[in-house]
Design a protein around this ligand. Structure first.
Ligand code: WTA
Length: 648
């Protein structure tokens, strides 16, 4: 069945940065001569010492080494702020929209951003932070989060943001993993009308960290917090005294810019490392091209800075481009389901970028929440984080976009730094649910999963790998280059392995079919099933646990847990609740189990390996097609699991 396609209007195609002919020409050039293409694109950013080298990359397993613009030097904050001052000193850089619509909106000019960032940079310096030191951010969506990111880059410190929804345990693991000197947090994080006690969480986390770690506390709500004079530092008091001038540090293109912990299929989250030059070139180019960002546009990405989307497409990409970027503290449904659209109307947003899970949730609330708002300013809509189902796509297109706004379904990952596949708004006739086309310089390949042979031609499906490097690619796993090579370069030699499956349709357009490993995607939040399992088995009453994803109407995937209790323990509704609370406190609310099934035994091979394929099928309520179960040690456990399945 050929899906209906949605071409851009002639008007939009004529005005866009990139139309179809230009895409074809630029894409072909980027593949034929990557050196030349990226040499030219490298000029998007201001260099202190211009680069002469462009690309120096080895994908050879065992000696993977990725370098871009390696002999150039630059400073990211100077690119995101200082270089715009001549032309846009009084232009708004950040519009800040608070959780509570009754509170005041802020318009932060580039001039103010400069002074605020420098003050934060000087405060960090006073705390002994210098080039190469790590700083963990555990913050609400407030302008200080952006100041803190930029302040780190100003002095050459490496930030690692921990999403404010993560638990104290997750926070301390990341502080220790990156050996951070300072944690920046706030008293409380208002979201959806409720306050998360960030400082109190940080207090708990820091009990498990080195005594030398300082805690810099931003006042957000003014709520009461415990105070440890030996460790806690009042940001607002320090900033008031700090100088608004701070010279930018000269950084090598390959110096680390940030670490961002993300989930993989095995073990605990790993610290994805992005570096300075290539990342900024890629974030800035993709932001401008994918969203067709033009001078004067108001751009809004609803992500949180705790995720990579917030890094590349709230802060670095837009600010490198001198854009006005909107930062929203709240949630899509507070005070009611029209909040997103009211904010779009209020600020005349031109580009709106959100996650399918939010679209599905809002779609369920009814069209009246959208229709009462004037959305005529919208020009481009975007989605990110998970596959979007055609029903949600169509609703987004018709009800939100009024059929006028191209939807860019951007496929990418924490590891990739920026978009790898997406339609471009003025260039491609979109298809609901398809990520369509590779971005410039990206050569996707579809491989046969077991043999690793490349499947050529159209109308094919397999695992998705990328043939060569691009400037925004992650460089290593913090402190563990072997794990980096093992995770991304071992299974399919000579390629970057994405962990996703994909289909290339008859027209040569790409459709992401979801993860082929044990990573699940819950409301667009990426999670390793292994993390949830290890949280469960840490509970004294749990003997064993296996966790899989299952289709969920709103969240995309839900978390389905099979739990075997210690002998003598009795299953009960209370215990279910207790385990749910336990996982929330071990990892965070985003990891809250949706379904917990009591499993007297788990299906294992004779060598003791859990057959997750079977567990996935049962969780999907698709137990009629379990396939071969003859290698199971105890086939009878499967009957019990089917009998008592939770998703029917
Ligand atoms: C999934 C988020 C389908 C995919 C930027 C990927 C998507 C993982 C899309 C990365 C999309 C992201 N269509 N699936 N447009 N975008 N994904 O690291 O499985 O949080 O591997 O980065 O999300 O999640 P991450």
């Amino acid at each position: 069945m050929t899906p209906k396609t949605f071409p851009p209007s002639a008007e939009l195609a004529a005005q866009a940065h990139v139309n179809e002919a230009k895409y074809n020409e630029m894409y072909a050039a980027s593949i034929a001569d990557p050196e030349g293409f990226w040499r030219e694109q490298g000029k998007r950013v201001d260099w202190i010492k211009p680069f002469t080298q462009v690309k120096d990359v080895s994908y050879d397993y065992g000696k993977v080494d990725i370098n871009w613009y390696a002999d150039g030097t630059l400073n990211v904050s100077a690119n995101c702020i200082d270089r715009h001052l001549d032309k846009r000193r009084h232009q708004t850089a950040i519009i800040w929209e608070p959780d509570n619509p009754g509170e005041e909106t802020l318009h932060i000019t580039y001039d103010e951003l400069y002074r605020r960032t420098n003050r934060m940079a000087n405060v960090l310096k006073d705390l002994g932070v210098g080039k190469g030191d790590r700083v963990v951010l555990y913050m609400p969506m407030i302008p200080e989060a952006a100041y803190a990111m930029l302040a780190c880059t100003r002095i050459g410190a490496i930030h690692s943001i921990v999403f404010a929804g993560f638990s104290p345990d997750a926070l301390s693991a990341r502080v220790n993993g990156s050996e951070a000197k300072v944690v920046i947090t706030a008293d409380e994080a208002p979201r959806g009308g409720r306050n998360t006690p960030l400082k109190a969480n940080a207090d708990i986390a820091l009990q498990s960290c080195d005594a030398s770690v300082k805690c810099l506390v931003v006042r957000r709500t003014g709520g009461d917090v415990a105070w440890n004079d030996a460790r806690d530092v009042d940001y607002n008091a320090m900033a008031a005294k700090a100088s608004p001038e701070c010279a930018p540090e000269e950084m090598g293109a390959e110096d680390p810019l940030f670490i961002l912990y993300t989930s993989g299929s095995t073990g605990m989250p790993k610290g994805v490392v992005h570096t300075t030059g290539g990342y900024l070139v890629y974030a800035s180019l993709t932001h401008e091209t994918t969203f067709d960002y033009r001078e004067g546009d108001i751009y809004w990405c609803t992500a949180d800075v705790g995720w990579v989307t917030g890094h590349s497409y709230i802060v670095y990409g837009p600010l490198a481009n001198g854009a006005t970027t909107l930062m929203f503290e709240g949630t899509p449904t507070y005070p009611d389901a029209s909040r997103f659209w009211q904010v779009c109307e209020k600020h005349k947003v031109n580009q709106f970028y959100t996650a399918p899970t939010a679209i599905r949730a809002l779609m369920g609330q009814g069209n009246e929440f959208v229709e009462k708002c004037d959305l005529s300013s919208l020009r481009v809509l975007g989605t990110v984080g998970e596959p979007i189902n055609p029903e949600a796509w169509n609703w987004y297109n018709e009800v939100v976009g009024g059929g006028r706004c191209p939807i860019v379904d951007t496929w990418w990952q924490t590891e990739t730094g920026g978009h790898l596949m997406t339609p471009l708004p003025g260039a491609h006739a979109t298809k609901p649910g398809s990520a369509m086309k590779p971005f410039f310089g990206i050569e996707p390949v579809v491989l046969e999963p077991t043999t690793g042979e490349e499947i050529k031609g159209n109308g094919v499906e397999g695992v998705l790998c990328i043939k060569d490097s691009w400037p925004g690619q992650m460089r290593t796993v913090w402190g563990d280059h072997d794990r980096f090579m093992q995770t991304y370069f071992a299974d399919y030699k000579g390629y970057y392995f994405t962990g996703d499956g994909c289909r290339r349709d008859e027209d040569g357009d790409y459709w992401i079919t979801g993860r082929v490993d044990d990573v699940i995607n819950v409301s667009g939040h990426r999670m390793g099933t292994a993390e949830v399992e290890s949280a469960l088995v840490a509970h004294p009453k749990v003997a064993e646990a296996a966790v899989v994803g299952y289709p969920h109407d709103i969240k995309g995937q839900g978390i389905y847990c099979y739990v075997t209790l210690m002998s003598g323990e009795t299953p009960s509704e209370e215990l279910r609740k207790e385990l749910r609370t336990w996982v929330r406190s071990e990892i965070g609310p985003i990891a809250s189990p949706d379904l917990i099934q009591w499993a007297p035994g788990l299906p294992k091979t004779r060598s003791g390996k859990i057959m997750r394929r079977i567990l996935r099928k049962i969780a999907e309520n698709d137990y009629g097609s379990l396939g071969d179960t003859s290698t199971l040690a105890e086939p009878a456990v499967v009957d019990d699991l089917i009998e008592n399945r939770m998703n029917r």
